[in-house]
Design a protein around this ligand. Structure first.
Ligand code: FAD
Length: 351
């Protein structure tokens, strides 16, 4: 049976960053991805903070355009603007750059390969799309398998609070330098967005899941697209449509024996904005380092250091944002005032 120091399940930003860090630290790493190609399909508005590019140090080939900041549109209030340098990227290429760097550092990648079952502590059953099943052994198992993580289920740690999001890509009428966020009473505890990507735009809506079915989401998204067309921001017909889940729950631990969770699987997503790429990569860098050390030392207690390290950086922010989310959901009837106290862009925000 093939044996590895670290098995990374999922090759998104969290898995790619984990595999890269672990391989660079000298571990024998296998990263598996259930899709045929890494980064495809794209289920993302593709915006990253500018500082992440320097932190990753993988060049800039995935950048499509820069953004100067974010504009916020709240009914009955003047448009607010925050300075927040960022980039809109080709997310598929972004994920591929990370995993290629991991491969260059010595990690092995298997696409079209899905984690199926944990047979015992360190033996995992995998299945290829061809139908072939096989087992691998790994000292450390990393769940980087997204918002509805199977690895999370193995250790009883799942995302209970999810937002559902739907997005269309539309031709952009004229170049834009800001991302835009739209609030509406109908977007329960969520928001709409337009993120410009050179001559196209990612236009989407994310809402609290429980109250809304996909039809409702699509209707609201079509309404938003019609509004933005009427305002002369976008034109023509959608080029593509995508959807996905966004974790928006409280902080929980990410290390369970020889299993660690990272990225969306661990709930490393901002519960108000839904942004998760920066945290997925940053926590992946920590996870990979500690996974390699724990495997080498054969001491899984060292994985608790990963839990401490990511909490030191993100726990306060996530906890505060989660409190704001709870307030926003409980007091949604106070829209639009509740937006002003729960979103950092507004002066009454009490973070
Ligand atoms: C519509 C939408 C728009 C978004 N826009 C933004 C944005 O603009 N900026 C931002 O920062 N964040 C955004 N996010 C959030 C962001 O996409 C996620 O936080 C980020 O992708 C998390 O990375 P990850 O690697 O943890 O998970 P993922 O990117 O979900 O990667 C998990 C990978 O694991 C694979 N996988 C799952 N199960 C298995 C299995 N059993 N075996 C093998 N492989 C498996 C999946 O195929 C996938 O490739 C958005 C999310 C959505 C839904």
């Amino acid at each position: 049976m093939p044996s590895y120091d670290v098995l990374v399940v999922g090759a998104g930003p969290a898995g790619g960053a984990t595999a890269l860090a672990a391989a660079r630290a000298g571990a024998r790493v296998l990263c598996i991805e259930r899709h045929n190609a890494v980064g495809v399909p794209v289920q993302c508005a593709e915006h990253i903070p500018a500082l992440l590019v320097g932190q990753m140090d993988l060049g800039a080939s995935f950048i499509v355009q820069s953004t100067r900041g974010m504009k916020f549109f709240l009914p009955g209030s003047p448009v607010r603007e925050t300075a927040m340098p960022g980039f809109v990227v080709n997310r598929d290429h972004f994920d591929q750059c990370l995993i290629q760097a991991a491969i260059d550092a010595g990690a092995e990648l298997m696409t079209a390969t899905q984690a199926i079952r944990r047979m015992d502590d360190d033996t995992i059953l995998l299945r290829r799309k061809s139908g072939q099943s096989f087992t691998v052994k790994a000292g450390v198992i990393v769940g980087a398998d997204g918002p509805r993580s199977l690895v999370g289920r193995w250790v009883g740690s799942v995302n209970q609070h999810l937002l559902s999001a739907m997005q269309i890509t539309m031709p952009l009428a004229a170049p834009m330098e800001h991302t835009e966020v739209y609030f509406d009473r109908d977007y329960y505890a969520g928001y709409g967005w337009l993120f410009p990507k050179k001559d196209i735009a990612n236009v989407g809506i994310g809402l609290k899941k429980c109250l809304h079915d996909p039809k409702h989401l699509r209707t609201k998204l079509d309404d938003l697209a019609a509004r933005l067309s009427a305002e002369g921001k976008i034109r023509g017909a959608p080029v593509s449509v995508t959807y996905g889940w966004i974790p928006a729950g409280p902080v929980r631990k990410a290390a369970y024996g020889n299993v660690i969770l990272v990225g969306d699987a661990a709930g490393h997503t901002h519960p108000i904005t839904g942004a998760g790429i920066f945290m997925a990569v940053t926590c992946g860098q920590m996870a990979g380092k500690w996974a390699a050390i724990a495997a080498k030392e054969k001491d899984m207690r060292l994985l608790l250091q990963y839990d401490t390290q990511w909490r030191d950086l993100f726990e306060d922010t996530l906890t505060r944002a989660c409190q704001h989310r709870i307030t926003m959901e409980d007091r949604w009837e106070q829209f639009p005032e509740i937006i002003k106290s729960c979103w950092e862009a507004y002066r009454v925000y009490d973070g």
